[in-house]
Write a protein that binds this ligand. Structure first.
Ligand code: GTP
Ligand code: MG
Length: 390
């Protein structure tokens, strides 16, 4: 499963974002290091369910044609500058980022927390200062891991059957870094690792990370941020969000007060909702905020990370290609996230190793035509796999 992690300095709203996205019970408070042990949960990527477009009745897998595909989500303890040297609560939290395919870097755009995450008057800290540090911490953490092993790797790489890139891949495998990643990064930088001193390998580590842990910048607390500053942050190719607003909306929807599908630009108040004047005013305030920004940004941040940074598509395997169902008659029962460039055979293996091994051919359910095993699947494809193994 695709795994995303939330990272950033303490008190910027990571757990609020996590709670809104997963509806898990987690601790949220206005002081640094509220979260110590990482929270793990399930969040969802939003996509359009093909059932509407195809006019298929009886889909129970989507809400009004909006389909949510699960991903794993991790909320990590706050990081402070020099965390890689053990500052703050140390670098063990960087370790939690290992499992993540991509990172959402949450920044408190309201400037209401200093660089250590302590509450300060809104606007008294410049959030632009918080943007760079995560990349620096992550790079220096990877550099630290490599440094620990560097003399041994260089020594071993003098032997014939052990290349220096094998050494890099061995110690950084936990981060998903491979032999090819190391080779490509060294080639791109024009460096010979065998002759490099570890102190000169910071750009190498930075490049390895850029390729393996893409980061989306999330300017959170937009509800209390300075408008001009927010516009500037939005220009930096990130997503502007209010995790607190999203959490309030999801709780209100859960309580039956409003109709809101996560990621929608607006919501409607249910007519029979018994709301106090204060609750109604709160919802009106949220509606105005969403109208200004086109939504709360929480779902948008997750979707952009998965579809743009990680280049995923959603594919629907079915067993009955005429009715778009499984054998039990359930409409579009599964939705799989797969990297762009995946083929029907990759999908077969994703369904089950046996199905992959017995792969015979695939049928595009929309056209009812056979497709080649090497055909590149498209976002929204509905595919029947025919396999010798059942
Ligand atoms: N105004 C506003 N406040 C927010 C928003 N998101 C979170 N907060 C507040 O920011 C404070 C910190 O929120 P948390 O979610 O605990 O932050 P965190 O990043 O998990 O903090 P640590 O676990 O300490 O690293 C709380 O008082 C939240 O209510 C937001 O979108 N807008
Ligand atoms: Mg937290």
């Amino acid at each position: 499963m695709i795994t995303l992690a939330l990272a950033g300095k303490p008190n910027c709203g990571k757990s609020t974002f996590f709670k809104a996205a997963t509806m898990a019970q987690v601790e949220i408070a206005n002081y640094p290091f509220t979260t110590i042990d990482a929270n793990h949960g399930v969040a969802y990527v939003r996509t359009t369910c093909p059932c509407k477009e195809l006019g298929i009745e009886g889909c129970t897998q989507c809400q009004d044609g909006v389909r949510f595909v699960p991903i794993a989500f991790i909320d990590v303890a706050g990081l402070v500058p020099d965390a890689h040297k053990g500052r703050g609560l140390g670098n063990q939290f960087l370790d939690n980022l290992r499992q993540a395919d991509a990172i959402l870097h949450v920044v408190d755009a309201s400037g209401a927390t200093d660089e250590e995450g302590n509450p300060v008057d809104p606007g008294s800290h410049d959030p632009r200062e918080d943007i760079k540090f995560l990349g620096v911490e992550m790079t220096m953490w990877v550099h630290g891991i490599l440094a620990k092993h560097w003399p041994r790797i260089q020594r071993q790489a003098q032997s014939k059957n052990y290349d220096i890139h094998d050494g890099v891949a061995d110690v950084l495998a936990g981060l998903g870094i491979t032999y090819e990643d190391s080779l490509h990064a060294a080639t791109e930088l024009g460096i010979d690792l065998q002759r490099s001193e570890i102190k000169d390998l910071v750009p190498f580590c930075e490049l390895l990370l850029a390729k393996n842990k893409p980061v989306l910048f999330v300017a959170n607390k937009m509800d209390t941020a300075d408008k001009a500053l927010l516009a500037e942050l939005a220009e930096m190719d990130g997503v502007v969000s209010s995790a607190a607003a999203e959490l309030a909306l999801r709780m209100a929807a859960d309580g039956g007060f409003i109709h809101y599908i996560p990621g929608d630009p607006s919501f409607t108040i249910n007519e029979d909702a018994n709301l106090s004047a204060q609750q109604r005013a709160g919802l009106e305030h949220l509606a105005a905020l969403m109208a200004e920004h086109g939504g709360t940004g929480v779902q948008q941040a997750i979707d952009r990370t998965v579809f743009e940074l990680l280049d995923q598509i959603v594919v629907y395997p079915v067993e009955d290609e005429r009715h778009f169902t499984d054998k039990q008659g359930r409409v579009l029962p599964d939705a799989f996230l797969m990297p762009k460039g995946s083929t029907p055979k990759d999908l077969a293996f994703r369904v089950h190793t046996d199905i992959g091994e017995g792969f015979l051919y695939a049928v595009d359910a929309r056209t009812d035509m056979r497709i080649k095993e090497s055909t590149e699947l498209k976002h929204g494809d509905i595919i029947k796999i025919v396999s010798a193994k059942k």
